[in-house]
Design a protein. Sequence first.
Length: 396
Amino acid sequence: MTTRPRIGDTERRRRIGVRHGLAPAHRLDSVEAVTHAMTALHSTEYASVHLAVAARSKGLTPADVDVALHDARTVVRQLAMRRTLFVFPRELLPAAWGSASARVAAAERRRIAKAIVAAGIADDGAAWLDRACAATLERLAAGPATTAELRATVPELAGKVGGDTGKPWDRAVPVAPWVLTQLGLQGAVVRGRNAGHWRVNKPTWTRTEDWLGAVPDALDEAAGYAELVRGWLATFGPGTAADVQWWLGSTKTAVTRALADVEAVEVTLGDGTTGWVLPGDTEDTGPVEPWAALLPTLDPTVMGWKARAFHLDPAHVPFLFDTNGNAGTTAWWDGRIVGCWVQDEAGTVRLSLLEDVGTEARTALEHEAERLTAWLDGTVIGNVYASQQMKLARLP
């Protein structure tokens, strides 16, 4: 009987420092390198992409991130896993289009069609959605446009749904974002240049062929999931099948097949459960100097696993995550989350720690706060996903 390799919590935390580019000696030198290291960067809050790069890089600026996104176009924003917006390496888009994005697109299509019929806009919601998508693409053939510009020029996008019951929670919702979301999931359009400062999410919509030039075909579902899981294992492995399923927002069947397709190897985790790694990835990382990091809301490192006890005290969860599981900012010491960070009105980064981390850690975290303050250069970031601890830390 062969004994499975064991990868304990200490090794998992070392891998975060090295593979995620967070330990100073392992920081990365390009936006593309950071994105590849993390497989994909969370982009629900646009500023989080820039801050995720800042935490993992040496000498890069917000302008460097914008160049990669908008000029070189080596990284691209794409709605995918769990209906979440990510920044992907360009070459990983076909995998996302054929698997995670396609899964969400099917669910969104059913939801939109049902809502359109219920609102009395059309008797056939699916046919209406097809017409709205076609009209939007026809308008975008003339050039990029913001959502507001599209609503003003495409009649199908001008409508709203709801808001007619008088209930406090029933607000009219515009249909334009639904149509654009569907087109994005299908890979027909992308979020192009941002029509505002990098701290604000205001995309200009562009046809994919206009943005990327030659558009590769989407991979089939199995191949797409296999590529995403291969990336996840390289970034986050080891982790459980449940971790992979949560991250992908897919089915257990899809995960089981993808793990087999990439020939993933079983290992025993520190708590005795079964984890998975890529073939040949069972060796220890080796010693890593203690490191400090300040990560933005919904950072990919924080959101990489469903089970986080190896790097997060369960008692801290209510203070750092909202009730839907969205993470606010986090402060890390040597592979563990120990608190969060906020900014004051002048843009200075301040720590809010949930435990006594000692002098060495406090000094390193203060250094990171000073580094981030300088990097932001007076820019104050707004947060949609502010945790309880962030709100408490902002009180006078």
